[in-house]
Design a binder for this molecule. Sequence first.
Ligand SMILES: [Zn+2]
Length: 199
Amino acid sequence: MSESSPSRNLIGGRLALDFANELSSSSEFSWEELLRFLLATRIISSERSAQLLALPQNDPRSAGTLLGKAQRLHASLHLTFRALLGKETLLRDWVEPINEVLRVTEGHDEILPQNGKWGLEFVAREGGLDWLLAAIARSAAELIAEGASARLGVCSNPDCGLFFYDTSRTRRRRWCSMSRCGNRHKVRAFSRRHSAGRR
Ligand SMILES: [Zn+2]
C-alpha cells in the first residue's frame, strides 16, 4: 500500500465527514479499506499501515474487534449526519458507537499549531488499537455538539450524497466539488435550455 494508492477525494473538510464519505455507505468495508483511509488521512504512517495489514493473520480477534467498532462508528455517522441535515432528533442509540470510542480512548487535549494558527487537538495515548478511531470519533462529536449551527451540508446531486463542511461565507454551498458534481449539473442545465430553445 503506497502513499500514491487510489485517489481519495477527501472533500468533507472534517475528518468525520471524510470517513462517512470515503468508505462504503453500507458500512461493510474491509480491514484493508479502513487502513487505506487511515493512511490517506495521515492517522497512520505507511510503516504502521504495513504492520497493521498483517494484523488479521497475527491477531484476528483484535483486528475483528476494531473493524467492528469502525463499521459501527461509520453507520452511526451516516444516521446522525442525515438526521442533523433533516433537522430530526438524534436518538441516543445512534451516537452510542461514537461514545464507545471516546470512552475507551485514553489521551488528552493539547494546544498545537495548525496551519499557522493554534488549535485544540486530541492526542491519544498509543496503547491498544482504539486510538486509531479516536480522532474520527472526536471530530464527529464536535460536529454533533455544534448542532443546528453546524455547517454540515450534503451534495445537491441526488446520485452523489457526499457530506461536506460548508465554510463558504454565504453558507450556501451546493456541491461536494465543482469538478465532480457542480460542472456536470451546469452542463446538463445548459443543454436542457439549449435543446428547449431549439424546439
Ligand atoms: Zn457531489
